[in-house]
Design a protein. Structure first.
Lengths: 356, 392, 356, 392
């Protein structure tokens, strides 16, 4: 029992933070936001550097499957660092959801066929989940409305509540419609399957479970990083900005607001790393923990990003300032992969049972 | 204490509704239902003029200046029917609600003659130059300079958050006219024509992708000496008086726009089944209650003629509506789910509810942040010690 | 359309406020709280003075029925003044609920038989409501758990959702069990009817509707008065109390907290008088308004009373200080006559329809 | 980063559980499940001594002073099993969590010998004399005076909120020993025996009808010169160090008590059907999440050995649990409905959940109000400017 980072984990964190702080700049992110087509919302050079030069893309994927080993704690450390910069990358769909699904539920052949290209960043995968997707043999029919970076994907991991398949984006019967998305750093696409050919993953239950746990933890970690960055930037502003002849950070009501954010963030930090650890250690708390982490960290991020705007005053709601990037990302994290209400109802069911 | 309207009032209501509905079904059909402040500015200026022609522009003003001397009840009714008919907001709201009343209260007879009829007729669109970069909510630290030179005021400096300046004809500006003065002293209130070489306007793009606000730059901008309201050094007093006008009958029209937003949210909740979610139901009920209480708060504040005491309803009104609307935006997104985060076309342009979510983050900032509002409420409303100014 | 008090209404308010401020003192209230038996939670002398000397007990009851006329606006003004002092009086059960029910739904004979004694304070009535009360002819069976000042009542107005009866407290089959109640200024009793004889009110629907509307408005008004008093007393304390060498009211976070209370109170004030007016004028908003007033004002009072404790620091949670009287009254108002959630669900049903 | 316990830890857990369950089923059956701090004080002092005999009193302390030198994991486990077994809270929690660690850190060898074994053995019950009337959260404005006279400290003044003073043997008192000194300077930290003519204790009845807190009056109260901890004038430094001890392993035991409260609430919700209410379900889920996060926050804080940086988890811990518990009290009442507002007997005495509702209003006040906590968090945690002292 030791709930602090190991030296290796600290090193990974330092590396990731330095990388994103230096490279995932506001300027580069805004360029990715303005891009159209398959580059919409992706800083391609950043993605290549992350996957190939930094070599952190394989973290959380077993070495046997061509990954770097380690677990969700390390994945969370990286997602936290990326979230702090609102980096425009397909990390969630391609790595945390799709690669995790293939690593956990794919056969050795499926892993060998797809994971190397995903981890190198040469192929981007999108994760398509809808309970109503049906399979007639290997022919899939259904749709999902909000596939993160779906417009950039060459490969889809498609899941219903019981089945999991690999689908090529250019296969007949697949229609991908990119959507103008509030969070331009992670645009959605609508993916429609009309008798599209799917290759079943070997162990669909394992694939779905792994994708969801990793997905919940990854967005929670991203939210944590975003929340902390929103607070840090607001703190810096509060020390500089003078109003009424005083730094605005000297106003007690302002200070207390910042304190309230720190209180939430500290809890979100506990939530994220508790959940990641619990999954990695196979703890029987894991299920509860991932729901707690996703819902709590998302709400924390939204609170912090909303206050980031408010506490910056007029400049805070301009396009030019980065506050809206955090705010829109926070909202997207709240609503994706199950709302906070849905996650809390899962927890309520665990402790209270189903509604009678 | 009486809430109902008289039979005569109800007749007046029918008259308003008939006229407005006819206009929105006829010549001005194309602007019906517009909610975005920046949409179709030219047509909406024409609408201002149409209102003016029919004497509906400023019904509460004296007849002498283009109004109808309308009673409070009539003003309430007109505001309600205006929004009910789906008529877009007034592009000249600064003129009719702030500049006009200021001139009426502090202007000379000549200034009244020069400005009021044209405002009432929808011919002069005003915007407001108060905030400056580096002094958002701190009005007293104005640095834009005005000096008298050969019978003209010459103004240099910069204003920010000048809403709709890009479609306005005139701007009223608070300037520092006493060299070396500090704080609220030494300020003077000027009316300036915008179409002149010394004034440059640059749009500020907002969180929702739209640009309602502007930066306004003054470089030897000029206006005649008698374009000053009140006297030299009276700028602070006038600016403070003007803030009180912000809580006028227009709040009721604004509320009707909120009503439309809430109705749209309710329709969306019914359409997608969110209306069956008990948590959403509670929040919608709270929003409904909040909106009603805003209405009755406004009616209390407008009915109150005893100005000897602090009017709590008036003092708390801004933060109340701004916070309500911000919550409504969050509720709207929870009702819509992820569907609220995608736009229809390829442009970054948002329907009413997602736009409400984004834009309402500004509501709690402009016109005095929620933090400033709480200071005012505590200090003026409850007599708590004033927050000290620093000397940094 | 004029949403301000008339001169007469202002006078009633001044009279009532002066009366309660002078007489419903903390000392007298605490004596009533400590009393047992039929005097539990009632300042008898205050009640007699209110009913007989001040003569405000008949307000809201038609002159034809022996009352003073006027309406719920005036009743609310009085309830607000009483609430401001957390007065220990059976006003709610005896006047706002029972007398209103008899005045609206009783025959002329029933009115003549009971209202004079209720209005003079010689008889105290309790209001017993439970949907499950059943009648076999005039023989009533059922129970209600939380009858305000039920232990002091000689007469009960008993209602189900469809029937309304008068029941003598000493009639056979009536059991009254006084309960140790958190809010000692308005103790509850459990009233059990086991074949007790009930005299049907002439118009039960009118009786129930009048009692509930007047009850909702009266407790909302009481809550408004309590909330304002909690704020006023805290403001006074904030100006006097010095900590860290400064009046605590000079701390901005403290000021802002007070401001937040004022914002809520101003809305509660609008709610209470809107509801009272709407009922008096027969407006079609009345139903919505009374639910809004009850739920909003109760929450406002609880918020203010909770903050009254918090902002007084240590002294605030002592028995000696009056803050806990406000706090417990506020909690009681939240839970009595339908919770906030219940009232809001009524409103939701009006605007959204029933849950599909 | 690792959350699981080793096999040896799990063995230790079984040992703790066995011993505690046996005691609670045997000689100390009568005190099992008591939650009120003031209930059965004499029996609970006997329980303290039983713990001491079996060396379970202060397991984290060095063996030399009556402890077991237990690892962090073992301390965590003991705290969890202690509460799980339904053992009532420690009446000497001030002694074992504050006075003991303070003496360990700042006391002389002789003081350690004099106090530590007796605290560990449950023979010396301590209480804390910090706050004074008129200076609740403002520790630096202490006015209780101490002066040296013939080798003895003579103390005059008054302390307030001295929790459990009426059942304690010793009190540690911060006194102003330098005449005319102000603020944190000139304070000295003294240990005083309570049973002496110069000390008088009066209970303070609280909102829930109980009296856990006291006023303590000092009238020429005395203690030997060497009953001072540290040196003359070091009182502030020691008091501040002591506040840090408040965030020790004991927090985990406290959390287990919270766990029991939440479990009781869950049982009540199941029993009366509130567990089917979607709004209640959301709030219970939030409470569950909050409690878990408290646990993992505490584990982060206890695992952290890098004291060079601000520990955010430690700094935010007090306000987090106090706010959580206050919310839990409100949730409990909403679960119970009006039934929560009536007590069983004729005394004004409350069951666990209604008592939680009432008592938790104090949680956000004592030990530094939520307002003081936010100051500390903003100033120490975020480096914001300090709130200025006034000179009133």
């Amino acid at each position: 029992m030791e709930f602090v980072f190991t030296e290796e984990q600290q090193m990974i964190g330092e590396t990731a933070r330095a990388f994103f702080a230096e490279n995932a700049t506001s300027e580069r992110t805004r360029k990715a936001m303005a891009a159209g087509g398959p580059d919409a919302g992706i800083d391609r050079a950043l993605w290549t550097a992350f996957c190939q030069e930094l070599g952190l893309s394989g973290i959380g994927i077993p070495e046997s499957a061509g990954g770097a080993g380690l677990g969700l704690v390390e994945l969370a450390i990286i997602a936290e660092a990326a979230g702090a910069q609102v980096a425009a990358l397909p990390m969630l769909g391609s790595l945390a959801l799709s690669a995790q699904a293939i690593a956990a539920g794919g056969s050795a052949e499926q892993q060998a066929a797809h994971l190397p290209a995903l981890l190198s960043g040469e192929v981007i995968a999108g994760y398509v989940h809808d309970a109503a997707i049906t399979a007639d043999g290997t022919s899939l029919t259904g749709a999902a409305g909000f596939v993160a970076h779906g417009g950039s994907a060459q490969l889809f991991v498609v899941t219903s509540n019981t089945g999991a398949w690999l689908v090529a984006a250019d296969a007949p019967g697949v229609t991908v419609t990119p959507l103008t998305t509030m969070d331009q750093t992670r645009p959605y696409a609508r993916v429609t399957l009309d008798g599209a050919k799917g290759e079943p993953l070997a162990d669909p239950a394992a694939a779905i479970a792994a994708a969801h746990r990793a997905g919940f933890v990854a967005v929670a970690a991203e939210a944590l990083g975003g929340a902390q960055a929103a607070l840090d930037r607001t703190v810096a502003y509060a020390k500089e900005r003078v109003q009424f002849g005083r730094p605005i950070g000297s106003f007690q009501a302002y200070k207390h607001r910042l304190a309230d954010l720190m209180i939430e963030i500290e809890q979100a930090r506990s939530a994220v790393y508790w959940a990641a650890c619990a999954v990695d250690e196979g703890s029987d708390e894991a299920e509860l923990a991932v729901h707690a982490a996703k819902s709590f960290a998302a709400d924390t991020f939204f609170l912090c990003a909303g206050n980031m705007i408010q506490l910056h005053g007029g400049i805070g709601f301009t396009w030019e300032h980065d506050a809206h990037l955090y705010f829109k990302r926070a909202r997207a994290i709240q609503s994706m992969l199950g709302s906070g209400e849905w996650h809390r109802e899962r927890i309520a069911t665990m402790i209270l049972g189903e509604v009678a | 204490m009486k809430l109902g309207f008289s039979a005569a009032d109800e007749e007046f209501r029918a008259e308003c509704a008939d006229w407005l509905n006819a206009e929105m079904a006829g010549e001005f059909k194309d602007i019906k239902g517009i909610t975005k402040l920046t949409a179709s500015p030219e047509r909406r200026k024409e609408w201002e003029q149409r209102l003016g022609e029919a004497k509906w522009g400023c019904i509460g003003w004296p007849e002498q200046w283009g109004g109808r001397n309308a009673t409070l009840a009539q003003q309430v009714i007109f505001a309600e029917e205006y929004a009910r008919a789906g008529v877009p907001g007034r592009v000249n709201h600064i003129g009719i609600e702030l500049a006009g009343p200021t001139i009426l209260a502090f202007g000379s007879e000549e200034q009244k003659r020069r400005f009021l009829p044209d405002i009432a007729a929808g011919k002069t669109i005003f915007c407001q130059g108060f905030s400056e970069p580096g002094a958002g909510s701190d009005l007293a630290s104005v640095r834009t300079k005005g000096r008298l030179e050969n019978g003209e005021w010459v103004v240099n400096g910069q204003k920010i958050w000048t809403s709709l300046a890009h479609i306005s004809d005139w701007i009223f500006v608070v300037t520092r006219t006493e060299e070396g003065s500090k704080g609220p002293k030494g300020l003077t209130f000027l009316m300036m024509e915008i179409d002149q070489p010394g004034i440059e306007i640059r749009g500020i793009k907002q969180i929702n992708g739209d640009a309602e606000f502007n930066e306004t730059f003054f470089t030897d901008a000029r206006c005649p000496e008698d374009s000053m309201i009140g006297a030299v050094g009276y700028g602070w007093k006038i600016a403070m008086g003007l803030l009180a006008f912000e809580r006028g009958v227009s709040t009721l029209g604004q509320q009707m726009a909120f009503r439309n937003e809430l109705d749209e949210l309710i329709a969306a909740a019914r359409a997608n089944g969110a209306a069956n979610n008990p948590l959403i139901r509670q929040r919608i009920a709270k929003a409904e209650i909040g909106l009603r209480l805003m209405r009755y708060g406004a009616l209390r504040m407008l009915s109150n003629t005893d100005h000897s005491k602090i009017d709590g309803a008036a003092l708390t009104y801004k933060i109340q509506w701004a916070s309500w609307r911000r919550s409504l935006g969050e509720l709207a997104m929870d009702v819509l789910g992820q569907a609220g985060e995608v736009a229809e076309g390829s442009e970054y342009e948002w329907d009413t509810l997602p736009n409400l979510f984004l834009y309402s983050r500004a509501d709690t900032i402009y016109g005095g942040t929620n933090q400033i509002q709480r200071n005012l409420i505590a200090e003026r409303g409850l007599g708590m010690p004033r927050e000290p100014r620093g000397d940094v």
